[in-house]
Design a protein around this ligand. Structure first.
Ligand code: ATP
Length: 215
């Protein structure tokens, strides 16, 4: 699914990863952990470049359109599946079928009563759920998500993460919550200063093992 061999990943300046070797197979659900600035988002962006057509993308901060409603922002996940004309029509006057389909995604995420509320009137957690809804509505098999539940409480974070993982057999999720990573993902990759310093099955790890990543 994803393969890097001695890859150099950089933004404008110096490399974030000098020589990255990593393989992620179809069917793996992986958590990326590590301190702020370690390189998790950089790696997610590189994964997305490898398989753009297969990946549903849930970026940090959601990248939602604040003036538009939950409906519109979730619908945007499907833009690539429809013609320009169909998209325009659905954004101006949603068809009954699209209201129903987007409504089902919103319902899963507990957003039914906010369906036609604009994003700028939502809480941070409701906005994050909308961003997850948009990723779900992409209907692609691979989920790449950057801290998708950082603004919701721990019970909701667990339920939401399990929900999206149920719908994406292959997933790579950057997160800071180590307990959540252990509970939801089978494989954990720890990154520090642009290097993979831990790569193990969740079943073989404890919270204490993960603490070392942040010391
Ligand atoms: N657009 C950019 N242009 C230049 N440098 C960047 C850019 N984005 C990130 N970086 C740099 O790349 C390095 C890795 O950043 P990255 O965002 O991948 O870390 P992260 O592990 O996702 O951090 P966080 O947990 O804070 O989101 C950092 O030194 C950061 O300053």
């Amino acid at each position: 699914m994803f393969v890097f061999e001695n890859a150099r990943l950089a933004h404008q300046g110096p490399a974030v990863f000098e020589r990255l070797s990593l393989r992620i197979d179809d069917g793996e659900q992986v958590a990326l952990l590590g301190p702020s600035g370690a390189g998790k988002s950089t790696l997610l962006a590189a994964l997305r470049r490898q398989q753009p057509g297969l990946c549903a993308w849930c970026p940090q901060q959601g990248a939602l359109v604040p003036m538009l409603s939950v409906f519109h922002n979730i619908y945007m996940g499907s833009l690539a599946r429809h013609s320009r004309w169909t998209n325009l029509r659905n954004l101006i006057h949603p068809s009954r079928a699209q209201r129903h389909a987007v409504g089902l995604v919103a319902e899963q995420l507990g957003l039914t009563d906010k369906l036609f509320t604009s994003i700028d009137q939502l809480s941070g957690g409701q906005a994050q759920r909308t961003a997850l809804g948009r990723a779900i509505y992409c209907q692609r098999p691979v989920l790449l998500a950057d801290e998708p539940v950082s603004n919701v409480d721990e019970h909701q974070a667990l339920a939401l993460t399990r929900q999206v993982l149920d719908q994406h057999p292959t997933a790579v999720i950057a997160m800071h919550d180590r307990a959540l990573a252990l509970q939801c993902c089978q494989r954990l990759i720890g990154i520090r200063e642009g290097r993979i310093v831990l790569d193990a099955r969740a079943a073989e790890l404890t919270l204490g093992d993960l603490d070392a990543l942040y010391q």
